[in-house]
Write a protein that binds this ligand. Structure first.
Ligand SMILES: [Zn+2]
Length: 345
């Protein structure tokens, strides 16, 4: 792995069209039973291979074995009734029909551990696995049992910690928790959100990441972003708390967003996974654009703490576009790496 400016994607990649409908979230599988297991593994293998050959340093599964980054994890837990659905507002932004928590939540079997073992077999490079964060999980459910967002979040944190420890034992080097809800529920973040996240990451030797973003490039999110004004200062709420937390790395979006770069100063000392690839646009960045975005961050983060990444997952993108963006990311990081090493000579 490059010691300077390593590259890593946030998580998802588009799935092959033989596996599920492209450019669609929650797209149903086109296979089932053993064929589905085999198909998702083949897709995972392709995702790992494409990242590797396009110069990505820390390899993800591309979320090829999951339908959705939050729902698929919850589907494997007991205490949640998927038949009994209610329409709720997700992150105060769009309505979705969600399952109901009807009893004590627990994880009776590992969820992604076998998939992570499979990814481990595909590459000798470091691997990263993403899990939903506790607050983002509770935001996609209707709770009829705990009647407390905080209590349910800590239950999920306990479950996530079990899963994370098994992922670590399976050889996962970096464990990421996706918490887009941290950009919305600021009081909860302060009162218990960061504490629940730390509970999920408790005792891990693997590097830990929290990914906080403005969401996939889907209409509900782009409409919301249009209301946020010329400066997106949401990170200002969570960053000081995360700076004092036990989490190693903060993943944020930057490319084509209105996030003022100087907000990164608030997490000084942490590793920063900077989104230098816009996932809401079909335009593939040039390596120069990627390098420019990363270079602007260097005013606020030490070079040895900067990881070049995407703004968010790329699941809804066209496959050729997403693959082009992988290449642009690594080429852009390489440009800046060369610049920094020649400046040091
Ligand atoms: Zn994201």
């Amino acid at each position: 792995m490059h010691t300077l400016l390593p590259t890593s994607i946030v998580g998802s990649l588009p799935k092959p069209s033989w596996l599920s409908q492209p450019e669609t979230l929650w797209s149903p599988w086109k296979l089932d039973g053993d064929a589905l297991t085999e198909g998702t593994r083949d897709a995972l293998r392709i995702a790992a291979h494409e990242q590797s050959r396009r110069g990505i340093d820390v390899i993800s599964d591309g979320e090829q074995t999951r339908q959705h980054f939050v729902t698929t994890f919850i589907e494997h837990l007991s205490g949640v009734d998927f038949e009994n659905r209610e329409t709720v507002r997700i992150r105060n932004r769009y309505d979705a029909s969600v399952p109901t928590v009807v009893g004590t939540v627990s994880r009776e079997h590992p969820v992604f551990v076998a998939d992570a073992q499979f990814l481990r077999q595909q590459t000798d490079q470091p691997i990263k696995w993403a899990l939903p964060g506790p607050m983002t999980m509770i935001d996609t459910l209707s709770d009829q049992h705990y009647k407390s967002r905080e209590k349910l979040a800590f239950e999920f944190a306990r479950i996530l910690n079990q899963e994370a420890k098994e992922l670590e034992a399976a050889g996962v080097d970096v464990i990421q928790f996706d918490e887009p809800a941290f950009n919305v529920f600021f009081d909860d973040v302060k009162d218990w959100g960061v504490a629940a996240l730390e509970r999920a990451a408790e005792g891990l030797r693997a590097e830990t990441v929290v990914h906080i973003c403005y969401g996939y490039g889907i209409k509900a999110n782009t409409d919301w972003k249009a209301t946020l004004g010329s400066q997106w200062r949401q990170y200002e709420q969570s960053f000081p708390l995360l700076q004092r937390s036990s989490i190693d790395t903060i993943s944020l979006e930057s490319q084509n967003s209105h996030v003022p770069m100087d907000l990164i100063e608030l997490i000084r000392g942490k590793k920063v996974m900077l989104g230098a690839i816009d996932v809401a646009s079909d335009v593939v960045e040039t390596p120069q654009q990627v390098a420019d975005t990363l270079r602007r961050a260097l005013e606020f983060v030490d070079a040895d703490k900067l990881v070049a990444s995407t703004n968010c997952g790329m699941a809804p993108l066209r496959r050729d576009v997403a693959l082009g963006k992988l290449s642009a990311l690594s080429a852009g990081a390489a440009l800046l790496r060369d610049e920094l090493s020649s400046a040091a000579c």
